[in-house]
Design a protein around this ligand. Structure first.
Ligand code: TMP
Length: 228
């Protein structure tokens, strides 16, 4: 199979259908821009299934995504998109870079949520964008803001129903037949998830901070999502 893109934890392959790709999830976990990495057997399949369930639920809520199906435990079949070089971060509760870079207190709840846009460009260190800068680069800030808001509304409700606070997460979008659709993955690697009402992580922070077992936490999330 032709490899289209090889990332740290995912590889994208061309599918037999020219309009589709296969995204393979690896068992690797990395942090610090790839400085630390560990192989955790089974993690790829868990993240792939969590991501698939969330994409299916978003689709049912009327949100357009690249997801088609999951032909193998660690493979998602998706529409082929041109990834838009933006990282869209939604924050419901303050933690991570926002508390390092501002005077906002950890645990502050945002009403409404904060929606931030970063340029996806390692050579420029993924800078935070302003709405004006985004518009100047040809990205419709209002449109992305609206989509991120809608997606957050659905995801927050899903996680709330399994006793988890959706703290923050990162989204990526892609262009498919001239429309902008949700792409990439939604898994505990790209979200912060706290046990409801606490600050107890069930996400990649366990690995970043070396405070627990990510496989157990990710499996618990998957089991709860499957029981919905
Ligand atoms: P941050 O607090 O480091 O800015 O991250 C906010 C959320 O976005 C957190 O859930 C992790 C996720 N994220 C990624 O998945 N990839 C990234 O490159 C960045 C910057 C954030």
């Amino acid at each position: 199979m032709k490899e289209l893109y090889k990332g740290k934890v995912k590889t994208v392959y061309q599918s037999e259908n020219p309009d589709e790709v296969l995204i393979g999830f690896k068992d690797k976990v990395t942090c610090g821009n790839g400085k630390n990495e560990t192989v955790i057997p089974g993690k790829g399949a868990i993240n792939c299934e969590i991501s698939s369930i969330l994409f299916e639920k978003l689709h049912r809520a009327g949100i357009k995504t690249h997801y088609i199906d999951r032909p193998e435990p660690n493979v998602m079949r998706c529409k082929k998109v041109d990834i838009i070089p933006l990282e869209v971060v939604v924050r419901n509760i303050a933690t991570g870079s926002i508390i390092r870079e501002t005077t906002i207190q950890e645990g502050t709840r945002f009403h409404p949520e904060l929606i931030e846009f970063y340029l996806k460009d390692d050579s420029k260190n993924d800078p935070l964008l302003t709405p004006d800068r985004m518009n100047l680069m040809g990205y419709d800030n209002v449109l992305f803001h609206g989509s991120a808001f809608q997606i957050n509304t659905v995801l927050k409700e899903i996680f709330n129903s399994i006793d988890i606070d959706l703290v923050d997460f990162k989204l990526e979008f892609g262009l498919h037949n001239r429309s902008i659709i949700l792409a990439d993955e939604i898994s505990p690697d790209g979200c912060r998830l706290w046990k409801k009402g606490s600050m107890e992580s069930m996400d990649k922070d366990l690995y970043r901070k070396n405070t627990g077992n990510i496989l157990e936490a990710y499996q618990e999330i998957l089991t709860k999502l499957k029981a919905l």
